[in-house]
Design a protein around this ligand. Structure first.
Ligand code: ACO
Length: 325
């Protein structure tokens, strides 16, 4: 039996030029490199320039992904951007990317699931491809979290960065077995009771302002390791696979301790985990496609490799996708 599999055909990313080392924060906050590295694993992050917006980052990443896939922009049927930091309340960042790429057909929309946004976007894109609504979809994660930081809050300001990553997801024939290339299974979850653990204290309807990110870090940490391991195992189980078969975990890059704790729970060594958090900080929905693109550019992901990708963020919302590269 032949079925449709959504396969990653190419990946690309973009980081703003300005790179901020941990030591810079010591000038304005009661913090230091040693604390930031030991608690989070973060050494540096990129920050968007004045006049540089989420759609700019997303467009750069999209162009890089198209080039990597070896396809032209007019071969794209849909664009999905995962972001919580859009240029405008509306229109969607995805439609601005569409225009910048010169695409005048198909459809484009944004998905908002905070740090889990790329997982939700990838699951949506996979569903649209399987339902034959599109053959090729640009799935992008793009954020300018620096714009919602409270620069006086040392518990959050040091953790986040800006960036974008993109993949081209393409319909290809599969056999229906879990040895097919492409997306094999997704697992999505949300529980709005945990809103207060991680939220932004402003918004269009409530305050008419963008607001600043607020987080109960220790509580988020506690939920993260447990929920990430559970969702990762659920995605693998749906695909009829076990963690022993995983070649690479490509986790949301929030905190090295969360990444380590989750890998440990899944029984996988750190040699099989793609880690970029030291160089990017937490770029929210951009972190997974950024990590995928970096690992791909380094030649670490081989065709047929089983990749497990997982994320959790504000909502709380969390999920995982099992796919073969
Ligand atoms: N520099 C120096 N000291 C600091 C800093 C800082 N930047 N930030 C906090 N501290 C202090 C605190 O004030 C506290 O001091 P106190 O004991 O005198 O009160 C002390 O360090 C310990 O604070 P904790 O919050 O208990 O530190 P913890 O070890 O939990 O690390 C951290 C904090 C890094 C936020 C951790 O809890 C974490 O990573 N949580 C997960 C949150 C996360 O990654 N969120 C991202 C969004 S969600 C997601 O993507 C998964």
């Amino acid at each position: 039996m032949t079925i449709i599999r959504p396969v990653i055909r190419g990946a690309g990313h973009y980081l703003p030029e300005r790179c901020v080392e941990n030591s810079e924060f010591s000038k304005t906050l009661d913090t230091n490199d040693e604390w930031i590295v030991s608690r989070s694993g973060i050494e540096r992050r990129h920050i968007a320039a004045e006049g540089e917006y989420t759609s700019d980052l997303a467009t750069h990443a999209a162009k890089a992904a198209l080039e990597n896939a070896g396809i032209a922009a007019d071969e794209i049927d849909a664009i999905i951007v995962a972001t919580s930091t859009p240029d405008y309340t509306f229109p969607a960042v995805a439609t601005q990317v569409q225009a910048r790429l010169g695409i005048t057909r198909g459809f484009a929309f944004d998905v908002q699931a905070v740090c889990a946004g790329f997982i939700f976007a990838l699951a949506n894109a996979s569903g649209l491809i399987v339902a034959q609504q599109a053959k090729r979809i640009l799935v992008i994660g793009a954020e300018t979290f620096s714009r919602i930081m409270d620069p006086t809050d040392r518990t959050t300001a040091v953790l986040f960065g800006d960036g974008a990553g993109a993949i081209v997801l393409e319909a290809q024939p599969g056999t229906g077995s879990n040895s097919d290339r492409g997306v094999l299974a997704c697992d999505l979850n949300s529980d709005g009771r945990y809103r207060d653990l991680l939220y932004v204290d402003g918004g269009v309807s409530r305050t008419g302002t963008a607001g600043c990110l607020r987080m109960q870090g220790r509580e988020v940490f506690r939920h993260a390791v447990e929920k990430l391991a559970t969702t990762a195992e659920a995605a693998l189980e749906k695909a009829g696979l076990t963690s022993a078969e995983v070649d690479w975990i490509v986790p949301h890059q929030a905190n090295l301790r969360i990444i380590r704790g989750t890998a440990q729970k899944l029984g996988l060594p750190m040699e099989r985990v793609v880690v970029t958090v030291q160089d990017h900080g937490n770029t929210s929905a951009a972190s997974i496609p950024l990590a995928l693109s970096v690992a791909h550019a380094q030649g670490r992901l081989k065709p047929g490799d089983l990749i497990l990708t997982e994320a959790i963020g504000g909502g709380l919302s969390w999920g995982a996708v099992a796919l073969r590269w």
